[in-house]
Design a protein around this ligand. Structure first.
Ligand code: SF4
Ligand code: SF4
Length: 141
């Protein structure tokens, strides 16, 4: 089975500007805090909104993400799982309309080499494992 063509284009930040929330795992929180030289608690207090089942980044006024800079992601090596696995999210792989919508703002979809199907499936599985509060245990791969 063939993979999907995708490459993330240098200098593009379109997906970071799309409306929506950026969810974190506990590990994402630890990694990002460490990268910024902050403790977990201080990072959470400043950047994170915690609900019963999910953690998400607080949105600054007029922006989608507190770490978006003109030239890219300010925490690139420690960016959250959902940012790292985009565009191979389960809901986008299982719904052609969602995939086509994403291709409308992501110029990397349909470009570059084929991404091996194993990598695509692993990214989608990682999303399900990482965000059970979003996908629910009954939906896990
Ligand atoms: S929209 Fe696509 S090409 Fe642009 S930064 Fe996001 S993943 Fe990369
Ligand atoms: S954390 Fe980085 S990659 Fe994710 S939305 Fe924010 S700026 Fe973009």
């Amino acid at each position: 089975m063939k993979g999907l063509r995708f490459t993330c284009l240098r200098g593009c930040t379109n997906c970071c500007r799309e409306r929506g929330f950026i969810y974190l795992t506990e590990e994402d929180l630890s990694r990002a805090a460490a990268m910024l030289g902050m403790g977990r608690r201080a990072f959470e207090k400043r950047y994170v909104y915690r609900t019963r089942h999910l953690l998400r980044l607080r949105k600054p006024r007029g922006a989608q993400c507190p770490f978006l800079r003109e030239d890219g992601c300010g925490i690139h090596p420690a960016k959250p799982t959902q940012c790292r696995t985009f565009p191979f999210w389960p809901e986008m792989l299982s719904d052609r309309k969602e995939w086509t919508e994403a291709a409308g703002y992501c110029p990397g979809i349909g470009r570059g080499p084929d991404v091996a199907i194993e990598s695509v499936v692993e990214a989608a599985c990682e999303m399900r494992r990482s965000y059970p509060g979003m996908y629910g245990p009954e939906n896990r791969a």
